[in-house]
Design a protein around this ligand. Structure first.
Ligand code: FAD
Ligand code: NAD
Length: 450
């Protein structure tokens, strides 16, 4: 195959890489993307999308199973699940989106090369697989991340990474989840709803230690109600004869899901030869996502936390525009984060106590009509506001379905809204979003429904 030249070469077609490519193509930049896997990266193939499909299937199954015991007067028999069909449905969604991403890149005039990329120098990359060498004026590293492996629990057999969990073809009888963070709790909750006996083993003193105890309490309560055993302050030590050994005793587990974080995918790309400055294991970048070497950029998980698909996408878009000569930089005020547990958790901007001169005001979903009519009054919405000028600097919520409030939260903070702006905005009734308005009114001493 002949060697290729382009203006922009992107390593990785995950949310960061493919969005960067599409925007670059739209802006008339001659762009090539190299990926050794299918377009969409971790998020589309083994992350956000398949996990949310499993979460949805589990929720539907659980809802039907619980309906006869509920207050709605619904009568039905015990449901059964044909998990092979569920998995085929999930895989179908992934395939549909794979084709969609490939088509969008093609439509933008982007060339896709399949294979593993490795830097030869700061302007040249060799591709294993196609055997091609590609020369580019600019290169974006969007190689993402991979699951962290624990030395005592190497992946393989019953020890699963999140990717392995996504490939299960049967619902396990018992599952030990090592790491009570985003992935462990999202998938652990889903399997619990499908009937698996789940035990979560978390090293810190509480689950989702990134957030405060008030915000995560409703999630802990629901896990308990679902029969999930949570062992905090506990470390996994190894696995033998169907039992996970931990610092607090053994746990019977047909499978063990290890979700203790993700590491950047920098090995084997030749980054070490370029001597790029690193920030710990991550590629260090400036406010244009440019690395220490001019013309080489890095976006998404390879640059560190928060490892979120929408952050990678926004960085990809910004870099494409910067390379096209637009006056842009990474100056986002807030990146919303959603944990798709049950109830869901949304956080955007400052948490309580994080920003000086701020106060926190909470509005419980018990006082929200929509939450009551959906049988889910567990949770609340919380606003963090600056006492000097009432600027809203943080918003959090925990509750069933609150993920959809993330857009309103990010918009409020990005637009510099103050309590009075949100308090004076008409929020449709009956919706959960009224809790946002009410929390702001409450902070002003003007709450109507509490
Ligand atoms: P990736 O998506 O990791 O893509 C990197 C791509 O680079 C891959 O396709 C890889 O094949 C390719 N690549 C790497 N090295 C090379 C090389 N040398 N040559 C060629 N190609 C290479 N985030 C959310 O925001 N919301 C969620 O709900 C969510 N759920 C998740 C659930 C799970 C189970 C997991 C694991 C992650 C989840 N995430 C979620 C995180 C999200 O998937 C990542 O933040 C996101 O995928 C990062 O995008 P990226 O473009 O930086 O990298
Ligand atoms: P995480 O950082 O969310 O959670 C890891 C947890 O494991 C932490 O609570 C940590 O204290 C614990 N831990 C670490 N070592 C341990 C040990 N030896 N024994 C027991 N517990 C241990 O990591 P994750 O769940 O693997 O997710 C990785 C990344 O993927 C996250 O940072 C997140 O950004 C992203 N993600 C996002 C979403 C979403 O946006 N909804 C969903 C899944 C993943």
């Amino acid at each position: 195959m002949s060697d290729l030249k382009c203006k922009l070469l992107i390593i990785g077609a995950g949310p960061g890489g493919y969005v960067c490519a599409i925007r670059a193509g739209q802006l008339g930049i001659d762009t090539i993307v190299v990926d050794e896997g299918k377009p969409g990266g971790t998020c589309l193939n083994v992350g956000c999308i398949p996990s949310k499909a499993l979460i949805h299937a589990a929720e539907e199954f659980h809802r039907i199973a619980q309906a006869p015991q509920g207050p709605l007067g619904i009568r039905c028999g015990a449901p059964e699940i044909d998990f092979a069909k569920t998995v085929a449905w999930k895989d179908g969604i992934v395939q549909r989106l794979n084709s969609g991403v490939a088509a969008l890149m093609k439509k933008a005039g982007v060339r896709f090369v399949e294979g593993r990329a490795r830097f030869l120098d700061g302007k040249t990359v060799a591709v294993n697989g196609s055997g091609q060498v590609i020369q580019a004026q600019y290169i974006v590293i969007a190689s993402g991340s991979a699951p962290v492996e624990l030395p005592d629990l190497p992946f393989g057999g019953p020890i699963l990474s999140s990717t392995g969990a996504m490939e299960l073809t049967q619902v396990p009888d018992s599952l030990a989840v090592v790491g009570g963070g985003y992935i462990g709790l999202e998938l652990g909750t889903a399997f619990a709803k499908l009937g698996t006996k789940v035990t979560v083993v978390e090293a810190e003193e509480r689950i989702l230690p990134l957030y405060d105890a008030e915000l995560t309490r409703p999630v802990s309560a629901r896990l308990k109600a679902l029969g999930v055993a949570v062992k905090t302050g506990t470390r996994a030590r190894g696995y033998e004869n169907g039992r996970l050994q931990t610092s607090q005793g053994d746990v019977a587990a047909e499978k063990v899901l290890v979700t203790v974080g993700r590491r950047p995918r920098t090995a084997g790309i030749g980054i070490e030869e370029l001597a790029l400055t690193q920030d710990g294991p991550f590629v260090k970048t400036d406010s244009h996502c440019q690395s220490s070497m001019r013309g080489i950029y890095a976006i998404g998980d390879v640059t560190g936390e928060p490892m979120l698909a929408h952050r990678a996408m926004a960085q990809g878009e910004m870099v494409a525009e910067y390379i096209a000569g637009h006056a842009v930089q990474w100056d986002k005020r807030a990146i919303p984060a959603v944990c798709f547990t049950d109830p869901e958790v949304v956080a955007c901007g400052a948490l309580p106590g994080e920003a000086e001169g701020t106060a926190a005001t909470l509005f419980p979903l018990q006082a929200n009509g929509r939450a009551l009519t959906a049988e889910r009054e567990d949770g609340f919405l919380r606003v963090i506001w600056r006492q000097s000028d009432h600027a809203v600097v943080g918003l959090q919520a925990v509750g069933a379905g609150v993920s959809e409030l993330s857009a309103a939260f990010a918009l409020a903070i990005e637009m510099g809204a103050c309590l009075e702006d949100i308090g004076a905005t008409i929020h449709a009734h009956p919706t959960q979003s009224e809790a946002l308005q009410e929390a702001c009114l409450r902070a002003l001493g003007q709450a109507l429904h509490i």
